[in-house]
Design a protein around this ligand. Structure first.
Ligand code: DGT
Ligand code: CA
Length: 572
């Protein structure tokens, strides 16, 4: 079981305990542990095996439960607890606005034990009148059910960025809006976000709020206050907007960008300096004089810190690094000089190599790697060695014509279920660069998958492992593998690991990336473009890289084409 699966069991336990009116502190303990298990980069299986389960919020009892889950894949306590409740009650609790108390009431009074039964009761107006529940509650329940059916999924970063862009364009038209920014997890560029947060600096909140409500993306107004309002978009996404005085904008931006944990950390720091920080500014504890507030830079400076980029504000040692002047100089999109993962219509891409090269050149790149699939992947029209040789002629002819741009000849060679590669070494040796990936056997054991990846990296021609964890956001969890072992081998064999920029992959994720950097393993950014417009997703990979603390020097494709060729030489 991976970290997420174990965390989900803890979340579920907390929900069940809440329905059962159990001790508040116990419930909170499970939620805290679940959150921390989700947030750590370390593989919980490794931690359990090595008796290193010193995760915040995980005491002896929870550690025993984690061990049981890791060793047996089951938890007797959870099974017994689940059986004590009808299964549908847990689903009912996920409906917005329906908490454990209402769930319990509906079950005890109306025997409602499933989302379907709840929908029926709300439609038949059986709920209004029940212990103070109103007709409005029925409406809200029906809306909530529609919402959870429509999107039980988290919002992907590019979708949230698109919607935020539309709203900001609308607010920009209001001349009284002096400063505008995204905030929250979106500004921190998390791979998925729960909602969109927008912050505006203005002395005329009314006018700004009007523009927000008028925006074409708004389907429904959820709240409208003097400085805080919220809408729901046609896609069912909630957007919160806050308007603050321009003099407080910087302090408010720090506060509403978060993360909550980062805010707590800087509040502690302020306290040590006898200062008070909140969304209005930084104040002297004695006397209350305001020392900073208009810009984020001012706020951090008064606290004795250099500016901390939003992507780093996760309370993962960034405050200490800022105090010591040791923050990384984060990679930027413009530092990227080529795309390392591109498909053409030779395999499952939609466009010719020439069209893909033109699109890459339009992005300002010096090179791209054509990495069409290998023969085993029949569904993707994988290339045989014969077709790969034909492709070579086309690429060589194009390279002769192209100015200031090089098409590197590569492959995305399949790592077969026994860990052997889909092309023989003499085929691989003729290429400029070799990408290797797993496309099957996701359910193999942890040992088998790890062995496959390790074996692939030990091949003298493999330069990059692409989408190393195999996850698809909202669809498929990563396969189980020993990331530490992969990092060790990557380091030893001079193999880079990819951050695949495809919005549903973003694989490796930010936490893995940080570990790779710490282990001295290079990261390769690849869009995995199958069509010219997909080159745009490089910015998502850059966001993951930034969240993983990467600098230009940590990323393979910040090198020039010449330097790249030199760097990828293997030494085993
Ligand atoms: P999300 O929306 O779950 O993807 O993540 P965030 O970080 O955008 O969370 P959200 O929307 O609940 O709140 C936005 C920011 O507001 C959050 O990052 C930090 C700040 N914030 C919210 N609630 C609290 C709080 O209770 N304490 C502190 N210190 N900050 C808070
Ligand atoms: Ca948010």
């Amino acid at each position: 079981m991976n970290n997420k699966e174990i965390a989900e069991i803890f979340w579920a336990i907390a929900d069940i305990l809440e329905i059962k009116d159990e001790n508040f502190f116990r419930i909170r303990a499970y939620r805290r542990a679940a959150q921390n298990i989700e947030n750590i980069a370390d593989d919980i299986n490794v931690l359990a095996r090595e008796q290193r389960l010193n995760i915040p919020g995980v005491g002896a009892d929870l550690a025993r439960k984690i061990k049981e889950l890791v060793e047996t894949g089951r938890l007797a306590y959870f099974e017994t607890l689940s059986q004590s409740l009808p299964a549908g009650l847990l689903q009912i609790m996920t409906i917005p606005g329906v908490g454990p108390k209402t769930t319990k009431l509906l079950y005890e009074q109306l025997k409602i034990d499933s989302v379907d039964a709840l929908e029926k009761a709300a439609k038949n107006h059986e709920i209004a009148g029940l212990f103070g529940l109103k007709e409005k509650t029925e409406e809200n329940i029906l809306k909530g059910i529609a919402l959870i059916r429509q999107s039980h999924e988290k919002i992907l970063l590019p979708e949230a960025m698109r919607i935020a862009g539309l709203i900001i364009a609308e607010i920009k038209k209001v001349k009284e809006a002096k400063q505008i920014s995204i905030a929250g997890s979106l500004r921190r560029q998390k791979e998925t976000v729960r909602d969109i947060d927008i912050l505006v600096g203005s002395n005329q909140p009314q006018k700004v709020t009007d523009a927000f409500m008028r925006s074409e993306v708004a389907a429904e107004v959820l709240a409208r206050g003097a400085t805080k309002s919220a809408i729901r978009t046609h896609e069912g996404i909630q957007v919160d907007m806050r308007v603050v005085a321009p003099d407080s904008f910087g302090a408010a931006l720090v506060y509403f960008t978060g993360s909550k944990e980062h805010n707590i950390r800087i509040r502690e720091l302020a306290k040590k300096k006898k200062l008070k920080i909140n969304e209005y500014g930084v104040f002297e504890e004695e006397g209350g004089r305001c020392l900073a507030g208009r810009t984020e830079e001012d706020v951090y400076r008064i606290l004795g810190l250099v500016y901390i980029e939003p992507e780093l504000r996760e309370d993962t040692r960034e405050v200490e690094a800022a105090a010591a002047g040791k923050l990384p100089k984060l990679i930027k999109l413009k530092d990227v000089r080529g795309d390392l993962h591109v498909h053409s219509h030779w395999s499952d891409g939609t466009a010719s190599i020439a069209a893909m090269a033109a699109a890459a050149q339009a992005k300002g790149y010096e090179y791209m790697v054509i990495s069409d699939h290998s023969q085993w992947l029949g569904v993707a029209k994988g290339l045989t060695p014969g077709r790969l040789a034909q492709q070579k002629k086309e690429i060589e002819a194009l390279n002769k014509k192209l100015k200031n741009f090089t098409i590197l000849r590569g492959t995305e060679v399949d790592i077969k279920s026994d860990g052997t590669l889909d092309f023989a070494d003499d085929v691989l040796s003729g290429l400029d660069i070799v990408l290797a990936a797993i496309h099957s056997g996701f359910k193999q054991s942890r040992e088998q998958i790890t062995e496959r990846l390790v074996k692939a990296m030990q091949n003298p021609y493999v330069n990059i492992i692409v989408h190393p964890s195999g996850r698809l956001i909202n669809e498929r969890a990563a396969y189980d593998f020993d990331f530490e072992a992969v990092l060790n081998t990557a380091k030893k064999t001079n193999t880079a690991l990819e951050v695949n920029c495809y919005p549903k992959r973003l694989d490796l994720d930010d936490r893995h990336v940080r570990k790779a950097k710490e282990a001295g393993v290079l990261i390769a950014l690849g869009t995995d473009s199958h069509a010219p417009e997909q080159f745009n997703s490089m910015c998502l990979g850059v966001s993951v890289a930034r969240r993983g603390w990467l600098e230009k020097k940590d990323v393979l494709n910040c090198l020039s084409c010449k330097e790249l060729r030199k760097r990828i030489k293997k030494w085993i």
